[in-house]
Design a protein around this ligand. Structure first.
Ligand code: URA
Length: 209
């Protein structure tokens, strides 16, 4: 079973409170989503492997460390995932960015992919799938299905707010995927919104309320 980790650093908790507050407007919301994404990227990259490298300081030759693992690709789930990309790129600037669009078929209620554009070498990369809200888990599961179908083998899922049912659904569907969240909330309401949550993340990011 993949790991589920809540990154509850005080800075993150403070920033998530700002996002939850309905008085927070679009500009500030977008900035703070990126700030939280940046802090999450720091934790998500904690297990990146290192190798020795010999360098020369102004004083002496010295063996030091450099990153040695897989290259990274950040994969936002459209549309709200876009809000986390710049913050993650601040810490992992060499990452490529792929996009996955998922919609819910109004008749079957199934999650359907409508847009997938990925770096050609996703099978060799560590993929960080980002979406602010892990609610029912349906779009995260469908997005990861779409990535695995195209050869992805190494995937982490990173969100701002999760609920237990979403975490369980994603862990059951994709037990090899580690999940990182900035907060674990109580439940979903009858409209599948997270409670207390922060509302519709896409609408708040893009001002389409
Ligand atoms: N998606 C959102 O944007 N917000 C929720 O609360 C649940 C899903």
């Amino acid at each position: 079973m993949g790991n589920f980790q809540v990154i509850d650093h005080p800075l993150i908790q403070h920033k998530i409170t700002i996002l939850r507050d309905k008085r927070t407007g679009t500009k500030y919301f977008r900035e703070v989503v990126n700030e939280v994404a940046r802090l999450l990227a720091y934790e998500v990259s904690r297990d990146m492997p290192l190798e020795d490298v010999e360098i020369e300081t102004p004083i002496v030759k010295s063996i030091q460390k450099q990153l040695s693992g897989k290259k990274v690709a950040i994969i936002p789930i459209l549309r709200a995932g876009l809000g986390m990309v710049d913050g993650m790129l601040d810490l992992i600037p060499a990452a490529k960015v792929g996009h996955v669009g998922i919609y819910r078929d109004p008749e079957t209620l199934e999650a359907v992919e409508y847009f997938v554009k990925l770096p050609s070498d996703i099978n060799e990369r560590q993929l960080l799938v980002v979406d602010p809200m892990l609610a029912t888990g349906a779009s995260a599961i469908a997005a990861i299905d779409a990535l695995k179908k195209r050869g992805a083998t190494s995937i982490k899922f990173v969100c701002l707010v999760a609920v237990p049912e979403g975490v369980e659904a994603l862990q059951t569907a994709h037990p090899d995927v580690d999940i990182y969240a900035a907060a674990l909330d109580e439940k979903l309401n009858e409209d599948a919104y997270i409670v207390p949550g922060l509302g519709d993340a896409g609408d708040r990011l893009f001002g389409t309320l």
